[in-house]
Design a binder for this molecule. Structure first.
Ligand SMILES: C[S@@+](CC[C@H](N)C(=O)[O-])C[C@H]1O[C@@H](n2cnc3c(N)ncnc32)[C@H](O)[C@@H]1O
Length: 246
């Protein structure tokens, strides 16, 4: 997957995308990250990327033309793919695991980072950018949002995370939160690891994990549980959890 990022702060990249799973994905060519400085696409002496808002008011608004020229350059540098263009914005569609899975299927993404009071409305309208939000809160700029977006999507690219199973079992992937995890020591500050995990009994461990994922989701995020989508075993386990039998 190729990802182009357009920002007025190119130096903050790759940042956390240079370490761990993301660093290895980039080393192995699974994620090709290219960062563009928006100011390189300005045409005035001051390299201005922002201007006063029409209608008055506080703050500055990012101009559309530098983003447009940057996109033209990105498209010209890679004419063989038509990239999906995403504008980071708290007003955009919320990033979810399901949306990330769909984006991970695409060969080429462009992520535009806003700043100040935001970006001229003609960027989504005239440049075909889809607005995407990483959550219902306001950051100072799109760079952190872009990093979150890129990491969430790129770890779903086949081969990026060593064992594919570990991505499939993650929270949200199966529509549920992940089951609780334990490692050594067997007892820590009065809290023991559940017996079943020490039993070596694979079938019981599998069932326990499935039940605990349901229990956790029911307790913390009941909105995620779609009973229609559960398999027969999960329905039985959920009934046990609800009745207090499990
Ligand atoms: C201070 S914000 C602008 C907020 C804008 N005035 C509003 O209320 O919608 C500046 C930039 O940060 C980025 N940003 C802020 N919060 C975000 C979020 N939750 N998700 C994605 N990007 C965000 C966007 O690129 C945005 O243009």
């Amino acid at each position: 997957m190729r990802v182009d990022v357009v920002t007025i702060f190119p130096d903050v990249f790759p940042g956390p995308l240079s370490v761990g799973v993301m660093g290895r994905a980039r080393d192995r060519g699974l994620l090709d990250l290219v960062v563009w400085d928006l100011r390189d696409f300005t045409e005035d002496r001051h390299r201005s990327v922002d201007d006063l808002p029409y209608g008055g008011g506080v703050g500055m608004v990012m101009k559309p033309e530098p983003f447009g020229r940057a996109l033209d350059a990105i498209r010209a540098a890679r004419p063989e793919t038509a990239p999906r263009v995403l504008l980071t914005s708290p007003q955009g569609e919320r990033l979810t695991q399901a949306r990330a899975r769909a984006l991970a299927e695409l060969p080429h993404l462009v992520v535009l980072c806003g700043r100040y009071e935001g970006v001229d409305e003609r960027v989504p309208l005239a440049l075909g950018a889809d607005e995407i939000s990483i959550g219902d809160y306001v950051l100072t700029g799109g760079e952190l949002a872009a990093m979150v977006l890129i990491e969430v999507v790129a770890r779903l690219v086949p081969g990026a995370v060593g064992q594919r199973a570990s991505v499939a079992d993650d929270s949200f992937s199966a529509g549920l939160l992940d089951f609780p995890q334990f490692t050594r020591p067997p007892e820590y500050r009065g809290h023991a690891v559940p017996e079943v995990l020490l039993s070596g009994h694979h079938e019981e461990i599998r069932r326990w994990r499935k039940r605990e994922a349901l229990r956790r989701t029911l307790g913390r995020r009941p909105d995620l549980i779609d009973e229609e989508a559960l398999d027969d075993e999960a329905r039985v386990l959920l009934a046990e959890v609800r009745s207090g039998a499990g």
